[in-house]
Design a protein around this ligand. Structure first.
Ligand code: IMP
Length: 177
């Protein structure tokens, strides 16, 4: 028999909503007079970013950058490339990067280095989830939602081979016979 993927809820939609609201208050305090540019890392951050900015009642802009790090399955290839460029110049802007998950840190560190070269006025990171047990390179997370265990997560934008992004809860996945 083929193994089945079993999904277990780690954070419910209600817990996620409370955390997104808490993060928005923190971001509001620091950015409400700064006209920030929020940059979502595609694809995983789209749902988080969409929910987050609904709480931010001050002027801001949104852009996206597409980075690819993973091949198929749950293992990183270690190689990161830009697959979709930013549309707006970021020189002199107050930039806040929005990430779904910091795992090995390779993608986020690459992204921050890449953006830093464009000379933003400031550059900070907001991550919904952090898996510190897997870290290979140091990453400073300025606004953090959840610290998560070393399990593969799906839902709320996170995927496994492009599936499960549409789940409203964050789940972990286990292969069971
Ligand atoms: P890192 O470069 O290892 O930190 O991984 C960053 C990217 O890998 C994230 O933006 C996700 O796209 C993907 N990723 C890492 N861990 C998970 C996971 O548990 N579920 C889904 N995607 C993940």
């Amino acid at each position: 028999m083929r193994p089945q993927n079993q999904l277990h809820i780690l954070f419910s939609r209600r817990e996620i909503a409370a955390t997104v609201s808490r993060l928005a208050s923190e971001i509001r305090q620091d950015y409400h007079e700064k006209y920030p540019l929020l940059i979502g890392i595609l694809k995983g951050s789209f749902m988080f970013l969409a929910d987050l900015i609904r709480h931010l009642d001050f002027p801001l802009e949104v852009d996206f950058i597409g980075l690819a790090s993973y091949g198929k399955g749950t293992q990183t290839s270690g190689k990161i490339k830009v697959v979709q460029r930013l549309q707006s110049p970021i020189e002199g802007r107050e930039v806040l990067v929005i990430e779904d998950i910091v795992d090995t840190g390779l993608t986020t560190a690459f992204c921050l280095d890449y953006l830093r070269r464009e000379k933003p006025a400031s550059l900070k990171l907001c991550a919904l989830t952090d898996k510190p047990s897997r870290r290979q390179v140091p990453v400073t997370i300025d606004y953090l939602g959840f610290t998560v265990p070393n399990k593969f997560l799906v839902g709320y934008g996170l995927d496994l081979n492009q599936k499960f992004r549409n789940l409203p809860d964050i789940c972990f996945i286990e292969e069971e016979d």
